[in-house]
Design a protein around this ligand. Structure first.
Ligand SMILES: Cc1cc2nc3c(=O)[nH]c(=O)nc-3n(C[C@H](O)[C@H](O)[C@H](O)COP(=O)(O)O)c2cc1C
Length: 362
């Protein structure tokens, strides 16, 4: 089943393996596509994965969370991005662009030493920064920026977009009762915390039309002692997103300050793999749109079992493809298990020149 074709709307995928969004640290200092970025993606496309989701691409200058991420907040970025989409298509790949605003998880030094913006002024302990609460005008500006970014991605030839609604970035912050302490249209209860995402989806749809694939990655759980998103609320959000016309949901979890994060270490046994499976199963029972499961998937048998067991429609991998971009082809040719040992060396990207597997010495 892993190597069966799959349709995301009209987009035909050659198999059910997805490259989950993974920041590359290969754009230039101003967020433009570079040759290194193109070569990096050519290797992934050549490696046989059914769908590539790009690393997060920044929709507004106030949302730059990491250095040398790709940007899309101006038309000047489109020609470089078009080169990237073309390169991936040339290797028979399909590519969806992940759109992000980093919210409170942005380093002030990347924002001209200004504090990051967020729904509310809730201290971020990892970056040791208190964000500034967004004004009504800023909220609408960022919503518009998501719409414009999606339109540019479409114009650049990408096969769809994925909204980054997970991991404690701006959208996830609006959804979470921990980071959203507002008492206005944008926060106060579950319904109002959803409004920001609702407006983002509407803005994107207005710009790209009804047929263009629009996906989302969202948290199943924020894994916070102080509350935040939990699986029942996340299911209720997922149902609303389905009604709004979202085409697929990728299930993840955690934020910077969470006890359990998106990329867990030491996934060495099959039982440790697919650690967001429970929520994916719940989503599969209640939704009709495709569910994509990410998180610790390392073996072919586990991936296959998730599909045949009805836990997910597509399975998604990040770290394993940093180590082996051609893992999908190797799985097809008989390999059983990824070489990635989930050490999270690749996550220490602040110190690295680019995101890469530090187990491989080159
Ligand atoms: C170096 C690195 C960069 C990442 N960048 C992103 C990103 O840009 N967007 C995103 O949604 N997730 C990002 N993630 C999280 C992964 O997409 C994925 O959800 C997580 O690593 C768990 O999957 P895995 O066990 O297959 O690695 C990143 C993970 C790593 C290791």
């Amino acid at each position: 089943m892993l190597f069966d074709t799959f349709f995301l709307r009209d987009l035909k995928l050659k198999n059910r393996l997805v490259r989950s969004a993974t920041y590359e640290k290969r754009a230039d200092e101003r967020g433009f596509v570079t040759d290194a970025l193109i070569e990096f993606y050519e290797a992934i496309a050549w490696g046989g994965v059914g769908l590539i989701i790009t690393g997060n691409v920044v929709v507004h200058p106030s949302g730059l969370s990491v250095e040398r991420a790709m940007c899309i907040y101006d038309d000047v970025y489109v020609s470089g991005l078009r080169r990237l989409a073309y390169a991936i298509h040339r290797f028979d790949g399909k590519v969806i662009m992940q759109l992000v605003h980093g919210g409170r998880q942005c380093y002030p030094e990347l924002l001209g030493d200004n504090p990051p913006i967020a729904p509310s002024e809730v201290y971020e302990p990892l970056l040791k920064v208190t964000p500034r609460a967004m004004t009504e005008q800023e909220i609408w500006e960022v919503i518009g920026a998501f719409g414009s970014a999606a339109k540019r991605a479409q114009a650049a030839g990408f096969d769809g977009v994925q909204i980054h609604g997970a991991h404690g970035y701006l959208i996830s912050e609006f959804l979470s009762s921990h980071t959203n302490r507002r008492d206005d249209y944008w926060g106060g209860d579950e319904e109002r915390r959803f409004h920001f995402l609702q407006e983002v989806v509407k803005a994107i749809r207005e710009r790209v039309g009804t047929e263009y694939p629009v996906l989302i990655k969202m948290n199943s759980d924020d894994f916070l002692q102080s509350g935040g998103l939990h699986p029942q609320e996340s299911l209720s959000i997922a149902k609303k997103l389905q009604e709004l016309g979202i085409d697929a949901i990728e299930v993840s979890g955690g934020m910077y300050e969470s006890d359990l994060r998106a990329a867990r270490e030491n996934i060495l046994k099959p039982e440790d793999e697919a650690y967001f499976k429970e929520t994916a199963v719940m989503f599969k029972k209640e939704l009709t749109i495709p569910v994509i499961l990410v998180g610790g998937i390392r073996s072919k048998a586990v991936a296959e079992g998730l599909l045949t067991g009805g836990c997910a429609d597509l399975v998604s991998l990040s770290r394993a493809l940093i180590r082996e971009p051609d893992l999908p082809d190797k799985f097809r040719d008989g390999k059983e298990k990824a070489d990635c040992i989930s050490c999270n060396g690749c996550m220490r990207f602040k110190k690295l020149d680019m995101v890469r597997c530090v187990q491989i010495q080159d």
